[in-house]
Design a protein around this ligand. Sequence first.
Ligand SMILES: Cc1ncc(COP(=O)(O)O)c(C=O)c1O
Length: 404
Amino acid sequence: MLSTPAAPVDLEQVWSAHNYHPLPVTLVAGEGAWVTALDGTRYLDLLSAYSALNFGHRHPRLLEAAHAQLDRLTLTSRAFHNDQLGPFCAELAQLVGMDGVLVMNTGAEAVETAIKAVRRWAYDVRGVRPDEATIVTAAGNFHGRTTTIVGFSTDPDARRGFGPFTPGFVSVPFGDLEAVGGAIDDTTAAVLVEPIQGEAGVIIPPAGYLGGLRRLCDERGVLLVLDEIQSGLGRTGWTLACDREGVRPDVLLLGKALGGGIVPISAVVARGDVLEVFTPGSHGSTFGGNPLACAIAREVVAMLQTGELQCRAARLGCVLADGLADLSPALVAQVRTAGLWAGIDLAPGLPPARVVCETLLARRVLAKDAHGSTLRLAPPLVIDEDDLRWAVDQVRDVLVELCP
Ligand SMILES: Cc1ncc(COP(=O)(O)O)c(C=O)c1O
C-alpha cells in the first residue's frame, strides 16, 4: 500500500523545536514582494523577513552575483585570504563613511562582537579597571538571542529560564537622554541602542535623541554603538536610520538585508581604534567573511550606492504613512512610520494583533504582530506602489471587519 507523503508542516510539527509560532501558510516560492504557497496562492509579503528582504525575494542582480560566486568559490575560512572580503570591507566602510569592518554571519554575532570590542577598548584605551566595564542599554531593546544578549533584554519571554546572565549592562528607558547621562560613569565602555526599536513595534525616539547621545558619548569619552541590523540599509528612506539626524556612531551594526535575502552576513563597521583592539586569535568565525556572502553583500552595497532604493523607500513611505493616517481612532491608538516601516498600535477593544495577521492572511497579505497589540509592516523596498496601496486597503478593511 502506498503511504501519502507527510506534509512539510506536519513534519515540522513533529521534528522541529517549537521556538516559533508561524502563521498557517507554507511558502514555496518568491519573487519581488510576492510569495507563493504550497497550494499555489500568492501572498504579498509585508514582513520582508524582518527587513532581511529589503530588496525583495530573489532580486535578479543579487541572484546573478550569487550564481557567479557559487560557480567560483564559496568558502575558504579565514585561515586563507579570499578575493571578496577585502573589496567588500572597503566598499561597505566607504558607503557609510567609517574606517573598517569586521564581518560575521548573524545579527546576534555582530552584537556580541561589538560587546567584546567596546569592552576591550574600555580596558586598553579608556583605562577602565579590569573586568569592570559596563554598557548602557535601552529598555525594550532587541539585539538577538544569545545568552549575553537576552541577559540585557527587558522582555521576560526572552529571558525566562536562561540565567545566570552576563553582568555589566545597565538599562535605561529608551529615548531618555537624561537617564543615559545618569548611567554613564567611570566603568562605562559604551552606549548601545537601536536608532528605532524594530521588534518592540517600530518605536521611534524623540527628535534629537541620537544627536544627544552622540554629544553625551563625546563629552564623557565613551563609545556610541548603533544597532542598525533592522533599521539600516534603506528601510527608513535613508541608508542608515541615524542619517535622519546626521549622526555617526563609533560602532555600527549591520546584518539582515546585507545578505540580500540569500545568505546570512553581518558586519561591525567601526572607528579604526575600536577595530584595532582585535588581534589574531581574539575573535572570529568559520563562516564570517566567506566569499559567497561577501560577493552578494558587495552587490547589496552597490545597489545602495546610487541612493535610488533609499529614495524609493522614502517616497513609498509617504504613501504608506498617508494611507495609515486615514485610519480612524476607533481602529488604531497610534501609528508610527519611518520610511517603509510601520508600527500600528491597535485601538483598545480590537482583538490581538495576531488575529489581525491571521485575518490579513485570508486576504493574501503577510504581516507580523509585535507584543500583543501592535501590527508591524515592513514591505520589501521594491514593492509596487499599486500593491502597497492595495495592502493598506486590506489592513483598513480587516481592522474595520474586526472592530467590535
Ligand atoms: C536590531 C536587531 N539586532 C539584532 C538582531 C538579531 O539578528 P539575528 O536574528 O540575525 O541574530 C535583530 C533581529 O531581529 C534585530 O532586529
